[in-house]
Design a protein around this ligand. Structure first.
Ligand SMILES: Cc1cc2nc3c(=O)[nH]c(=O)nc-3n(C[C@H](O)[C@H](O)[C@H](O)COP(=O)(O)OP(=O)(O)OC[C@H]3O[C@@H](n4cnc5c(N)ncnc54)[C@H](O)[C@@H]3O)c2cc1C
Length: 441
């Protein structure tokens, strides 16, 4: 994002868990801050030092330790890149339960540390469910070996859950045991152009009812996001006729057991949507080949990249009720306009896209440069809007360095006090990723 810069002079790249342990012991004794770094694709500045901490890169811990094709349980080192793991399990007809636009660079350890959501959460649930065990090096160098492959284990406190989503503030994840689902035998997708945002909710209900068990993704892109993706060559653009008058788009993916059966269901759905008395969509484009399947997905996945090519992005990854997605985006645009900030020299675009199926809106404000007056106009405005909806200020990207000050909008004082106590138990000297998640005292 080009937004966060530390002053570190040292990057360490251990090759074994034992080396990670030695490093942590050494740093803990000398009270040296350590920032665990995975693929560095995080969007909240969590993997960037705030000062001169040591950067601990996990990229050399990149081996698969075991894979059981019967249970689908994969045990991998934290530095394995998500795409490599996807490729590793593919010949065994399995997939990773998580998928995201950054899969070519992000690491499984980073995914677990951020509790990344992504494109498959609707179908396979969160990492809190699919991660079966973790190996973690604690700040004092102790190796906590909880790398079990058990599906069921009710033996007291489930400590691994604390490290999932802790963003490297409690320990360094060095190994992950994760349940990989069988690969669907057939995947299809369709992009739907909607005349109005008001159609998204009824569309979601209809799609869920019609596709039931084969529905695997329901992703939303507003018109501005779509236009930017197309402008920057992301994916297959629809024809002018197809986008005519569309206010927003929805990408629906199915993953099932038999291609003909799934295709028939999708075609029936499309017919129903288009021929209804009050059509919910203007048009829909069904992928006809693996290449088209990927290029329809690229329209959605490419929005992040398109935004970063367009300018400097203020990114808000929020959970709010689905019915208010559009109001939040439009309200933010109007708010910026009222402050005189919506013009070529300041904010160029306000757009929304995201994982509708999970109630997760990515609200992006694209400007020419990061300017204090834009920042002041956006915050606390957006956090107040989120709090009004009893939403979350971070649906999936985490808190990092970016949102520590805003944590009270989503967590009560009691919760934050307990979080501080937990942090003190694991990291009494405050060397683990200082200034992330919890503000420095
Ligand atoms: C194009 C694009 C699309 C994205 N799409 C999504 C999406 O759909 N859903 C989503 O949730 N996120 C998304 N992200 C954000 C990001 O990719 C995820 O947060 C990802 O999980 C981060 O993994 P990483 O390995 O790059 O971690 P990093 O960015 O290196 O680190 C992220 C945080 O985790 C900590 N950390 C990293 N590795 C470890 C470890 N081994 N032990 C302890 N702490 C560690 C770091 O200190 C930091 O706080 C996207 C990012 C991009 C650029």
């Amino acid at each position: 994002m080009g937004r966060y810069h530390g002053r570190s002079t040292t990057v360490l790249k251990p090759r074994t868990t034992q080396e990670v342990s030695e490093i942590m012991k050494w740093c803990n004794k000398r009270r040296i801050g350590v920032v665990p770094q995975g693929g560095n694709t995080g969007l909240v500045g969590g993997s960037v030092p705030v000062d001169n901490e040591i950067i601990l890169s996990l990229s050399n811990l990149n081996k698969v330790r075991s894979f059981d094709p019967v249970s689908g349980i994969l045990v991998a080192e934290a530095g394995c890149i998500l795409q490599s793991l996807t490729d590793y399990v593919a010949p065994h007809n399995h997939i990773m339960p998580i998928d995201l636009g950054a899969k070519g660079s992000c690491q499984i350890g980073g995914n677990v540390a951020t509790n990344a959501g992504g494109l498959r959460l609707l179908r396979y649930g969160s990492l809190h469910g699919t991660v079966l065990g973790l190996e973690v090096v604690l700040p004092d160098g102790t190796i906590l070996d909880q790398l079990t492959t058990l599906r069921k284990d009710n033996t007291g406190y489930d400590l691994k859950q604390l490290f999932i989503g802790a963003e490297g503030t409690l320990g360094v994840i060095t190994g992950v045991s994760i349940l990989t689902p069988p690969a669907p035998q057939a995947s299809n997708n369709v992009i739907l152009a909607l005349p109005s945002f008001d159609h998204v909710l009824p569309l979601y209900q209809t799609v869920k009812r019609q596709l039931s068990e084969i529905l695997s993704a329901f992703e939303f892109i507003d018109r501005t996001a779509y236009d930017l993706a197309v402008k920057h060559g992301q994916g297959r653009a629809l024809s002018e006729e197809e986008v005519d008058g569309a206010e927003c788009f929805v990408l629906v993916e199915t993953s099932g057991g038999r291609r003909e059966h799934d295709e028939e269901k999708l075609a029936d759905l499309l017919e129903l949507l288009i021929t209804a008395d009050k059509p919910l969509v203007n048009t829909g484009v069904l992928s006809q080949s693996p290449a088209q399947f990927s290029s329809l997905w690229a329209l959605r996945e490419g929005v992040t990249e398109a935004v970063s090519k367009e300018g400097k992005a203020y990114k808000y990854d929020i959970s709010v009720p689905l019915s208010s997605f559009k109001d939040v985006v439009d309200g933010t645009r109007e708010h910026l306009r009222s402050k005189g900030l919506l013009h070529d020299k300041a904010v160029k675009y306000v757009l929304g896209y995201g994982h509708v199926g999970d109630g997760n809106l990515h609200l992006n404000i694209v400007a020419d440069a990061y300017l204090p007056e834009i920042q002041d106009a956006l915050e606390p405005y957006i956090y107040e809007v989120v709090a009004l909806h009893r939403g979350s200020i971070s649906a999936e990207h985490g808190i990092g360095a970016m949102k520590t000050h805003a944590l009270p909008y989503s967590k009560s004082a009691t919760s934050i006090a307990l979080m501080r106590k937990i942090k003190a138990v694991f990291d009494p000297h405050g060397i683990m990723n200082p200034g992330k998640v919890l503000e420095l005292m």
